[in-house]
Design a protein. Structure first.
Length: 161
């Protein structure tokens, strides 16, 4: 079994760009004493979109067991708490295919079509973490490919998050 140890990185526009887009409010289009409004952080051509919620439990492991991808559809993840996501490019079989990112609450990511990913993980010390997931209607049932990493003889983990 080949073990891929991943360094946890704080996502920024540059280091996340191979996997998708970091959606981060910069300058508000409107601001007053009550609120700031940030318009159009991203546009994705979903047509009819589905919104789901994923709730991760902290089981103490930072090992990714399963990966999935959507070949035709981007996926937007909007964390309600700080989260960790592990992503992979290509065939997800070599160390340089993988990356691990911390995505803080208040930012979001749009994962490119074809990028391997799975449910987010909690930060150490957090009991749970939740995120909204948005993608084109039917993506979860009609555009999802999955595999178990151990079936390919690899393990991807963050040894010290």
């Amino acid at each position: 079994m080949s073990i891929i140890n991943l360094e946890l990185k704080n996502a920024d526009e540059e280091n996340f760009s191979s996997f998708g887009q970091l959606l981060s409010p910069d300058k508000p289009e409107f601001s007053n004493e009550d609120f700031n409004w940030y318009e159009r952080l991203g546009a994705f051509g979903f047509g009819v979109a589905e919104i789901g919620l994923v709730s991760a439990r902290n089981n103490g492991s930072y090992r990714q067991k399963v990966l999935e991808r959507h070949k035709k559809t981007k996926e937007v993840i909007i964390p309600l708490n700080d989260i960790i996501i592990i992503l992979a490019l290509g065939e997800a079989s070599e160390e340089n295919d993988f990356a691990a990112f911390r995505i803080p609450a208040g930012k979001a990511v749009a994962i490119n079509a074809g990028v391997w990913h799975h449910a987010p993980m909690c930060l150490p010390g957090a009991g749970e973490a939740a995120a909204f997931v948005i993608y084109a209607e039917g993506t979860g049932s009609n555009d999802k490919e999955m595999f178990t990493l151990s079936d390919r003889g690899i393990t991807a983990e963050i040894p010290h998050p």
